[in-house]
Design a binder for this molecule. Structure first.
Ligand code: PRP
Length: 190
């Protein structure tokens, strides 16, 4: 049984910091997409917490849907080839699609997803990420909406997992140096 106290090091973003960032994103998105057919697409699994909060601070009509994707290879050898495990229920034709991610690292997932979705003729495809880790980027990509620019350290909580655990922790924390080894062994470190 994994205990939070065994792996948590520092709190990087507390609940107040996250709430502030999410509210600000909600304000910008509500302003920019006014009058459009906004569809928020959460990328499972990490985005579920963020999408839930973001949807509740967007003050314009919108719909939501989800996709689950898997990239071939582990994090460090990510090929950029994304396999769709669960596809959208909605037809995106003519819609303004906003992909909602917990974090952008290499940018490969979004690059591939954008290509896939654009082939379905939406009006637009943009991305909103709560966290951006530009130091990990492998492709030229600047998210259209970013909540927080994150340090180059493994982060957990608010949807982000430690070997599938602790996604429900309401703040975001770094892990103790001793807890990095299992991540390395599982190929989760970039
Ligand atoms: C994370 C995140 C993005 C992707 C971003 O998902 O939720 O989908 O990685 O990485 P990239 O910019 O390097 O492509 P992850 O594979 O950890 O799965 P999860 O959401 O189920 O935790």
């Amino acid at each position: 049984m994994l205990e939070l106290k065994e792996i948590q090091d520092k709190v990087i973003y507390d609940q107040a910091a996250i709430e502030k960032a999410v509210k600000e994103l909600g304000r910008k998105i509500s302003r920019d997409y006014e009058g459009s057919a906004l569809l928020l697409v959460g990328i499972l699994r990490g985005a579920y917490v963020f999408l839930s909060d973001l949807s509740r601070v967007i003050r314009i009509p919108h719909t939501i849907d989800f996709m689950a994707v898997a990239s071939y290879g582990d994090a460090s050898t990510s090929s950029g080839v994304v396999r769709i495990e669960t596809d959208l229920r909605q037809n995106v034709e003519g819609k303004d699609v906003l992909i909602v991610e917990d974090v952008i690292d290499t940018g490969l997932t979004f690059k591939q997803l954008k290509k896939t979705l654009e082939a379905r003729h939406p009006r637009s495809v943009k991305i909103c990420a709560l966290l951006d880790k530009p130091s990990h980027r492998k492709v030229d990509l600047k998210p259209d909406y970013t909540g927080l620019v994150a340090p180059d350290t493994f982060l957990v909580g608010y949807g982000l997992d430690y070997l599938e655990h602790f996604r429900g922790v309401p703040y975001i924390f770094s892990v103790k140096p001793g807890a990095l080894e299992p991540l390395q062994a599982a190929g989760k470190l970039l």
